[in-house]
Design a protein around this ligand. Structure first.
Ligand code: RIB
Length: 319
């Protein structure tokens, strides 16, 4: 990895890159069933990459610490980062494993199911993170997910905390017994409903249930929890007040929800870094509007808007 020594970043992502292999189907297949699809496409994905690209498209100065395979998917992934103004100084290439891949099925309702084959993502080590942190001058927000080795993510969260960087953890894909250190080392913990259910063993199907789950997540050691609920918006709960607040989202006709959560979190990181004085509720409202734009188009990153595509009508870029 060739680090961009001494640089200041708005958003640093330590996370995954995948190539998304997307099949469009009228409904998701049952176990053991073969069904016909209607369309197929290949695109750039991986929760880390998606979130980083989204922050960048809004104007944040971004970098990603990631690992790809020494193959055509890996080369294309690096080119894609460059096309999206993401610094690739911390993207490593390995011949030991292939670039991560994600076969995805998307149904007529825009719902999806995703399989991740991590490949080179599993080779992203704690030393890659330590080297990156030693090389950069500063960053405002660190974004992490759970598609790389857990120890690597935890190292990133701890190093960032030590340097006073705002840390955001999107605990995806969901795991049942997440070590408490992850909760304690993130400033904002942001699961979706499925992840919140697995982490708390509580049902999370509506706003009231999300409010209860958010309190249970605070009890695990985090200070701010945002549970995203798709069309039902999100719930924000702070340790200081323990009063969950529901933030609704604009209703749109969903075509493809793949990556909408990443679009939300990438936007959240952009606002946290570029509008630090904005209230968190307003930041969530704005990030939700941007995520709702993404569900109206097909694909993962292909559905993410650039700042220039977004109407200023809803006050999305007002200070
Ligand atoms: O959140 C969507 C992403 O999950 C996809 O891009 C896929 O690669 C998996 O990481």
């Amino acid at each position: 990895m060739h680090a961009a020594r001494g640089t200041d970043f708005d958003v640093l992502v330590v996370g995954s890159c995948n190539t998304d292999l997307i099949s469009y189907v009228s409904r998701l297949p049952k176990p053991g069933e073969t069904i016909h699809g209607t369309k197929f496409s290949i695109g750039f994905g991986g929760k880390g990459a998606n979130q980083c690209v989204m922050s960048s498209r809004l104007g944040a100065k971004t970098a990603i610490v990631a690992m790809v395979g020494d193959d055509s998917f890996g080369n294309d992934t690096i080119k894609n980062f460059k096309n999206n103004n993401v610094d690739v100084g911390f993207v490593g290439k390995s011949s030991e494993a292939s670039t991560g891949a994600a076969p995805i099925a998307v149904d007529d309702q825009g719902q999806n199911s995703i399989i991740i084959v991590a490949g080179a993502n599993n080779l992203l080590s704690e030393s890659h993170v330590t080297d990156a942190f030693a090389s950069i001058n500063s960053c405002k927000v660190l974004l992490c997910q759970l598609e790389i080795p857990p120890a690597t993510t935890l190292t990133a969260l701890k190093l960032a905390k030590r340097r006073g960087v705002l840390t955001v953890l999107n605990p995806a894909p969901a795991v049942e017994n997440l070590d408490e250190e992850f909760f304690r080392n993130c400033d904002i913990f942001c699961p979706n409903e499925t992840e919140a259910e697995l982490l708390t063993s509580l049902p999370v199907t509506n706003v009231e249930e999300a409010k209860r789950a958010s309190l249970a997540l605070l009890d695990k050691g985090c200070s701010k929890v945002i549970i995203t609920l798709g069309v039902q918006g999100s719930v924000l709960t702070l340790r200081d007040t323990r009063t969950p607040v529901h933030i609704p989202v604009k209703q749109v006709k969903a075509l493809d929800s793949t990556g909408a959560g990443d679009c939300f979190i990438g936007s959240l990181a952009y606002y946290l870094s570029s509008y630090p004085d904005l209230r968190l509720e307003e930041i969530i409202r704005r990030a939700s509007v941007i995520a709702s734009i993404s569900v109206c188009a097909a694909g993962t990153q292909t559905s993410f808007p650039w700042k220039s595509d977004i109407s200023h009508d809803e006050g999305l870029f007002k200070h």
